[in-house]
Design a binder for this molecule. Structure first.
Ligand SMILES: [Zn+2]
Ligand SMILES: [Zn+2]
Length: 271
């Protein structure tokens, strides 16, 4: 039986946590969040088949189905309070006692502002809301009509959020580049030598950096806008799961910070 994408992420987080102790804390936290997200995704799917007359909207512009989501948000906050790093756990605990009305407003506001979900990674409540809403976004993306693909678009063609990581997939003798959405995980093709943040195409302005311990992941930085994104090269390591390998490659973040590059889009943990 084919493993679900959730199982692939969970298993990859376990493998990388064992191989790279410096990233173990982040990855084991992610693993538990991904396990919750997997359950939520299949809960949404189950609810859809039960109430097929009242499908959740197939659009990112419509309102959330709060009757479906609010009861699960309490469970999510309880989990985060138990397992998250201190700052996130405290925010989860504070939210937990505020109740349905506040949760409704927070989730609604995050959903409306989906493209900017992670633009303020220091906003811990928005981070919690986006972690919780990702499976919902992914469910909608998985069940939406195909959308027109625009090679030059640096935002998700489904939900308009920014990409969290790039991917190189085998094509001919080289690799074909695509980007993965930070919110709904849609993957879309993107030019190989273009900065997603500002569109810079001059090779001399685009720096590439790899670290010894991860030769399949590289930082792609731009000297025009000083943004960077990581790209996972599946032609070098076919076992990589881009969103998880992105989390594990902490030394690349440090290199980028030292060189004053700013990440184009923070990952699921706000990093
Ligand atoms: Zn998206
Ligand atoms: Zn740029």
């Amino acid at each position: 039986m084919k493993r679900s994408k959730w199982d692939q992420r969970i298993q990859r987080a376990e493998e990388l946590a064992a191989a790279h102790p410096f990233a173990a804390e982040v990855l084991l936290f992610y693993k538990q969040i991904a396990t919750f997200q997997k359950d939520l995704y299949f809960y949404i799917e189950g609810a859809q088949s039960e109430y097929s007359a009242q499908n959740i909207s197939n659009s990112f512009r419509e309102d959330l189905d709060f009757s479906l989501l609010l009861p699960k948000f309490l469970k999510f906050l309880q989990l985060a309070e138990r397992i998250a790093p201190t700052q996130i756990a405290q925010a989860a605990g504070d939210l937990e006692i505020q109740g349905n009305g506040r949760w409704h407003d927070l989730l609604a506001s995050c959903w409306r502002n989906a493209p900017d979900f992670h633009s303020t990674p220091k906003d811990t409540e928005a981070l919690l809301a986006s972690l919780f809403l990702q499976p919902y976004a992914e469910y909608i993306a998985d069940h939406s009509e195909a959308v027109p693909r625009n090679q030059n678009l640096a935002v998700c063609p489904c939900c308009s959020a920014k990409p969290v990581v790039g991917v190189l997939r085998p094509e001919g003798d080289g690799g074909k580049r695509s980007l993965i959405c930070s919110m709904c995980s849609t993957e879309w093709p993107f030019g190989r030598i273009v900065c997603p943040a500002c569109g810079e195409e001059t090779v001399e302005k685009l720096a590439v950096y790899t670290a010894n311990q991860f030769d399949h992941v590289r930082v792609e930085a731009c000297d025009t806008c000083h943004c960077y994104i990581k790209t996972v090269d599946l032609t070098k390591n076919g076992l990589a799961v881009p969103v998880v390998d992105e989390l594990a490659t902490i030394p690349l973040n440090l290199w980028a910070q030292e060189h004053r590059y700013v990440k184009f889009q923070a990952n699921v943990l706000g990093i």
